[in-house]
Write a new protein. Sequence first.
Length: 254
Amino acid sequence: MEIVNKIFVLDEIKQKINSVCPATKAAFSNINSLNSDDFINSYFASNPHKENLSEFDDCIFHMDGNNPPYISAMEIDAIDNNLSKIIYSGSYCSTGMDHGNSDEVVCELNIVGAKNHQPFYFELLIEAYALLNENNFKMSCFMSYAALESYINQKIYGQDTDERFSDKFKKAYDTVPGLTTHETFSKLNSLLSDYTLVRNTIAHGRDDDEIIDNIDVDSAKEMYIYVSAVILAIENGFQKLNDIKLHIKPKKKR
């Protein structure tokens, strides 16, 4: 989750919305309950002579960090997924006259989420992504690899099978006939030992400076992308790495 924008909303806007937007009046109890599309459509339907929302400029304004009041250094401290709550922090800067005004701070957010009741490997991959965004790179790498292990074991029913993971990796590819003869297997399989070494170093608490000191944002991203690529390749029978790229970001039709 990231903060895209911050705005102040004065109480006056609620009165204006109630007066000019009958479609939203009944449901409007607080600013968080208002669907912006519904509000805009209702506003222009009720005010066909209007060309913009300029009359609300004095009620909603963006905080640019130069003219008080504004909030600076605003960050998301924590996300409580169980209670669907976000904890913010920041500094409120204003003149003396601004204090005590009845207003709200509303944030526009970018949110990445996933549905409940996903396969366990997918939950682990989500956790790896969350840790990556929290700059916890070592644990992100560990969770990415754990997601890979979970996926491979699920694919070949190998949870209780005592064999080398590299052999399990190949067996998972063998579930798609002929896939081991193509690029996605040869290229991704060639990287497996490097990521296994990173995983084992973290898991066993080894003080290997050459590996541990080089785990940064780039290496955590690489492992996350690697695991995602393996899963996508096997699940879709992709033969070339470019097939994965096109699956994630298809070419736009002209």
